[in-house]
Design a protein around this ligand. Structure first.
Ligand code: IN0
Length: 419
């Protein structure tokens, strides 16, 4: 089935085969679990149960960073499971979230009343907390501090909706930006990344915001059907009376306008993502960070202007995911991937979209940053690589589109409804 879906993309079919034949191990070497305690092995089993492909990238992290990230991931998953569980009454849930960081030091704390699919991490929390307490102090301090701040942030948002775009950033900061900040501090603590990586919390925050905004955009239907609302009112309020109304067939144009506005907002984080990734020197950390980011960009591009966001599930092809996983292992390749998806997005920007000008603007910024044309650094030969040529053509197209929109606006003949 995966192969059938990739029929129009021969390179994906090749990569699906390569990946199945063991190509995945080139990106993700297998974990040597001979020397691990039974409880640590159980932790890796839980990690694989929640996310197969992501587990493989964590398992290939170098040195003791691997265990620290594995435990961090499981602790975050536990916190997330509490936040998501609609069957826990608020008067139980709020103190649980606020105090969650203290459970890391209570050897017998567990929660056996969850109905969520990942409830096992809460039921067997003593195994996770035991391994947490075995980590070096430099790792424990980071994990506990992030847990504390995230639990408080989640509790704050249980009782209020995501209203303004600023609040959207704040909610995403609590649930994902803090993950980026914590991970960056773990990288630096392991000495596999420069101290600067752990200190620059703005860039680390953007890494998380880009992933989480993409998830929230993609999961519109699933979330609204389950009574959750993560799309900010400041966005949907411009186009509908309620968030659920966006799923009505007669509201499709409004729904697409709102969707495209949010995709454009998420794209604002891509320049920071590029700066962050360019600072990483360790190969295993680079792969771990770059793969989710390029997957998110591919997902965002698939969602843009796509009515399926309001009717079902938008997923990237398995062949596409495997190709991204195998390719996104150096900065040059990541730049090429980002330029390619910017081109795909550019082709989809419609003449009548209210966010058109902003979308074209941010795409221009991204293309310029992902394929910097530096004539001074180029070889003296007149040869230009296809990558530079396509980036230059993309930039020219963007500038032209942007200028024509601005002129149309100035003449009052533009088709934009906002601003
Ligand atoms: C993550 C992030 C993650 C990885 C690497 C660097 C990061 C830097 C900043 C913030 C987050 C970073 O990645 C995972 C990716 C993942 O789980 N992918 C799923 C697919 C999917 O669509 O969910 C998979 O099955 O492969 C991620 O999404 N989150 C996450 C959680 C914990 C950790 Cl330690 C790292 C979740 C979230 C909410 C985006 C932070």
């Amino acid at each position: 089935m995966d192969i059938v879906k990739s029929l129009g993309h021969p390179e994906e079919i090749m990569n699906l085969f390569k990946f199945k034949m063991g190509g995945c191990r080139a990106v993700m070497p297998k974990l040597d679990d001979e020397s691990m305690s039974q409880s640590l092995r159980t932790c890796y089993t839980y990690l694989n149960q929640t996310s197969r492909s992501f587990a493989a990238v964590i398992e290939s992290l170098d040195g003791d960073l691997r265990h620290a990230v594995c435990i961090f991931y499981l602790v975050l998953r536990s916190l997330d499971t509490v936040e998501d569980d609609m069957t826990i009454p608020l008067e139980t849930k709020v103190p649980m979230l606020n105090d969650f960081h203290t459970f890391l030091y209570q050897s017998d704390w567990c929660f056996t009343e969850s109905q969520e699919k990942d409830r096992q991490v809460l039921e067997d929390f003593p195994t996770i907390s035991l391994e947490f307490r075995k980590l070096g102090q430099q790792y424990r301090e980071v994990i506990s501090d992030i847990c504390h701040r995230m639990g408080m942030g989640m509790a704050e948002f249980l009782e209020k909706k995501v209203g303004s775009m600023k609040e959207w950033d704040l909610y995403c900061h609590y649930v994902a930006g803090l993950v980026g900040i914590g991970l960056s501090q773990l990288f630096s603590a392991s000495q596999l990344a420069d101290p600067e990586v752990g200190q620059d919390t703005e860039l680390a925050n953007s890494m998380g915001l880009f992933l989480q905004k993409t998830n929230i955009i993609r999961d519109y239907l699933e979330d609204t059907q389950q009574g959750r609302a993560f799309w900010p009112q400041e966005a949907w309020g411009q186009f509908a009376d309620s968030l659920e109304d966006l799923a009505k067939p007669e509201k499709l144009q409004s729904a697409l306008s709102c969707l495209n506005l949010l995709v454009t907002d998420a794209l604002r984080h891509v320049p920071d993502v590029l700066t962050y990734l360019a600072r990483l020197r360790n190969q295993s950390i680079f792969n771990f960070c770059a793969i989710p980011q390029v997957m998110a960009l591919a997902t965002l591009s698939a969602c843009y202007n796509n009515p399926m966001v309001f009717r079902g599930v938008v997923k990237i092809r398995k062949g596409q995911a495997v190709t991204l996983m195998m390719n996104a292992n150096n900065m040059e390749a990541v730049r090429t991937i980002i330029t390619q998806y910017s081109g795909q997005l550019l082709q989809k920007v419609s003449l009548t979209d209210p966010s058109r000008a902003e979308t074209l603007h941010i795409l221009g910024v991204i293309v310029e940053k992902s394929a910097p044309l530096q004539p001074a650094l180029q070889s003296k030969s007149t040869h230009l690589s296809p990558m530079y040529l396509s980036a230059a053509m993309l930039l020219a197209a963007l500038s032209w589109q942007y200028l024509s929109t601005t002129v149309a606006q100035a003449q009052g003949t533009g088709d934009m409804q906002r601003h």
